[in-house]
Design a binder for this molecule. Structure first.
Ligand SMILES: NC(=O)c1ccc[n+]([C@@H]2O[C@H](COP(=O)([O-])OP(=O)(O)OC[C@H]3O[C@@H](n4cnc5c(N)ncnc54)[C@H](OP(=O)(O)O)[C@@H]3O)[C@@H](O)[C@H]2O)c1
Length: 348
């Protein structure tokens, strides 16, 4: 078997997360070399990648806004997309990569299970990816790992699974500023509710995708996915603050959200996501009702940004080794409890 010496990468979307991935790859990893970078922001395009990502030195790569040119000239092995949460947008953004035979890994939340939000596009781009022999994978820390892959993998050691409950309670104070902003930190409660109604605050994007992924892995047929309204978490007696915001009593310090996967008329999947300044203890917890019963807790909660960087970079070789198509994490890590007729999981 031939061993590759170096993976050539192009980065697309140099916001806080993209820049952090670039810094990590450049400063701490061997075997991945950037050959190009793309963004659409006029503040970023034309500048050196090292400067934009704050690597501390120039990398000799100008950030471009011309995907066709970058992909056809640099012929990378992988394109890393950290641009948007929405499938509709990211699929069209990644088309030039696919048509140039470039594998794609993205943190786009809806791409973790694209058949939920955009079934027609998932099918269309699955065919396109197969036509060009490339793999497309949506992943990240959550969705992509904590509230789906982790419980799925834990069910592997169970002979029976009745119900899965996953809680992520995050101290938002350690997250980047855009994250704190998008969970409404320092808003007044009425302002928060208006922002939810107008769609300015979406809550955690990915609960539907995580539930879909768990159900598919175990072979549970979902009657329905029910996502409850996003609710604010209000600071009560004391002021709380982060590097970026100060929250007075009565103001919003974060949000909470619950989602249910209804199977056989029961809520057999329950996800509870909450993120606010000063959450203590913070944790990620998976409880499996079944045999044996499982109660697995990671505390403090997994650091979302660092975890996302790790998941993306660690999966690059996996994506390159995987078969062509638009895949999900359970295509590449197919280990879980198998409900019902075990034979139906065999793909011939
Ligand atoms: N799955 C997970 O666990 C996970 C974890 C963390 C983050 N995420 C997601 O990953 C994405 C990136 O995070 P972030 O905080 O860095 O987001 P961000 O601040 O919105 O940065 C995105 C960057 O991509 C640029 N961009 C937008 N459309 C583009 C296009 N068509 N081509 C090239 N560049 C484009 C944006 O430019 P403009 O600013 O001009 O639009 C911006 O510079 C977000 O959607 C976030 O929700 C997922």
């Amino acid at each position: 078997m031939a061993i590759m010496e170096e993976i050539k990468a192009v980065h697309v979307g140099l916001g806080p997360l993209g820049s952090r991935i670039v810094r990590h790859i450049v400063e701490e990893r061997r075997g991945i070399r950037y050959v190009g970078a793309l963004d659409i922001s006029p503040d970023i395009v034309g500048r050196d990648l090292g400067e934009v990502a704050e690597v501390g030195r120039e990398l000799g790569i100008r950030v471009s806004d011309d995907p066709e040119k970058v992909f056809s000239e640099t012929k990378p092995d992988i394109a890393i997309y950290t641009t948007t949460s929405f499938a509709r947008d990211v699929f069209s953004q990644m088309e030039p990569a696919i048509r140039n035979g470039v594998n794609v890994i993205t943190t786009c939340e809806q791409l973790v299970y694209p058949r939920y939000a955009a079934p027609e596009l998932a099918e269309k781009y699955d065919s396109l990816a197969k036509q060009y022999g490339v793999t497309v994978l949506g992943t990240g820390i959550n969705p992509g790992f904590l509230m789906d892959v982790l419980p799925i993998v834990l069910t592997l050691g169970c002979t029976r699974v009745e119900r899965i409950e996953v809680t992520r309670r995050m101290d938002a104070g350690v997250r980047r500023k855009p994250f704190q902003k998008k969970i409404g930190v320092s808003m007044e409660p009425n302002e928060f509710r208006e922002a939810v109604s107008s769609g300015k605050i979406t809550g955690h994007v990915g609960l539907e995708e995580s539930i879909s992924l768990i159900a598919e892995a175990l072979g549970w047929k979902l009657d329905e996915i029910r996502v409850e309204r996003v609710e604010p978490v209000i600071a009560e007696e004391e002021e709380v603050s982060s590097q970026f915001f100060t929250v007075r009593p009565g103001q919003v310090k974060g949000l909470k959200q619950e989602a249910f996967g209804i199977v056989d008329g029961r809520d057999r999947i329950h996800l509870y996501f909450t993120a606010y300044l000063g959450a203590s203890p913070s944790f990620d917890e998976v409880r499996i009702e079944g045999s044996p019963p499982i109660n697995a807790r990671v505390s403090p909660c997994w650091h979302g940004d660092e975890g996302t960087v790790a998941v993306v970079v660690n999966l690059i070789p996996t994506v390159m080794n995987a078969p062509a198509g638009v895949l999900t994490m359970i295509d590449i890590i197919p280990v879980s409890f198998k409900s019902g007729n075990v034979a139906r999981f065999v793909r011939k």
